[in-house]
Design a protein around this ligand. Structure first.
Ligand code: SIN
Length: 315
């Protein structure tokens, strides 16, 4: 452990959720408790140097770009303080991988920024939030830790690699083929891999207000697909598109033809996979531009950042 304060920033989610009955894991209200209450529910954290603040109270399916910008600004202000060892963000599991990827790409994090969450509400008999929060705080106080990380279910993930692969299992996350960064064993980190490298093209510069972010949408390829969604999105003024293709990024010919029309209209298109693991390998002749190992939701964020950079270069 390194000395210093750990700041716990709450944004909502099931970890802060409450239900009428302790055996109810489904019909609960997310985002009810504030950061102070979450920390107070973890007895080993009593008396530790922790600051709490509640930045948002969102069910993370409603996460939005404006909240991301507020969170990023708040984190930057906390990380620059010499007395802060690291930051923990409590969040919903549903879009955790998107927030983690966004922060990884846009925030300089020489100290640990640890996201955590829960699959069971705080009122559940076997609530998983308190242990996850304890692990996250311990990780955020770890000497030498850095980068955007996720502590969940006793495992530590590199934030940019996280993906939610199950809708309701107690451990819904996967680290993909690279595997987890480490595990929390008896309260201490056992690390198998190096800390995440700072992203090469971190969009660390100012980002425009959320209402000026380019609109980028995701279209899924499937049996019987038509190009109408792509055409409608282009007509509606979308600035970029991600196609979540089948398997290794293959795309139904009707969507592929519509995607080419979009490109001719000046709308860049990226080809990802609707499979959560593996990404897209290789580039067959004539294929749409590959999103590589990124999931479709990560590819969407990447394309938003590319378009923001292009707008900035043009301005
Ligand atoms: C949410 O993502 O906010 C609700 C679901 C969850 O946290 O597991």
């Amino acid at each position: 452990m390194q000395s210093g304060i750990v700041a716990v920033v709450a944004t909502g989610g099931t970890i802060a959720g409450t239900a009428a009955r302790p055996d109810d894991h489904v019909a609960y209200a997310a985002a009810q408790l504030d950061a102070e209450a979450l920390v107070a529910a973890v007895p080993p954290l009593a008396g530790q140097p922790i600051e709490t603040e509640t930045l948002a109270r969102l069910d993370s399916c409603d996460m939005d770009h404006a909240t991301w910008l507020r969170l990023r600004a708040r984190l930057a202000a906390l990380l620059v303080r010499p007395d802060v060892a690291g930051v923990v963000i409590t969040h919903g599991t549903d879009t955790l991988e998107e927030t983690a990827y966004f922060l990884h790409r846009t925030l300089a994090a020489p100290k640990p920024v640890v996201l955590t969450a829960a699959m069971r509400p705080a009122t559940a008999l076997g609530a998983d939030g308190p242990q996850n929060l304890l692990d996250a705080v311990r990780l955020a106080a770890c000497e030498g830790a850095r980068g955007v990380l996720v502590a969940f279910g006793g495992q530590i993930f590199i934030g940019a690699e996280l993906r939610k692969v199950h809708g309701w299992r107690l451990q819904p996350f996967s680290a993909g083929d690279a595997g987890v960064l480490g595990v929390m064993a008896d309260g201490a980190l056992a690390r198998f891999r190096d800390w995440p490298a700072a992203p090469l093209h971190a969009a660390a510069a100012a980002l425009p207000p959320a209402d000026r972010w380019p609109a980028v949408e995701i279209v899924t390829s499937h049996a019987g697909a038509r190009g109408v969604l792509v055409d409608a999105l282009v007509a509606a003024g979308v600035r970029g598109l991600v196609v979540a293709g089948t398997g290794n990024g293959s795309v139904h010919h009707a969507i592929g033809e519509a995607a080419r029309r979009a490109e001719r209209a000046g709308v860049p298109v990226r080809r990802a996979s609707r499979c959560q693991l593996g990404g897209v390998v290789g580039a067959p002749p004539g294929a749409l531009v590959s999103a590589g190992t990124l999931t479709a939701v990560q590819a969407r964020i990447e394309l938003v950042l590319d378009l923001i950079a292009a707008d900035r270069a043009r301005a």
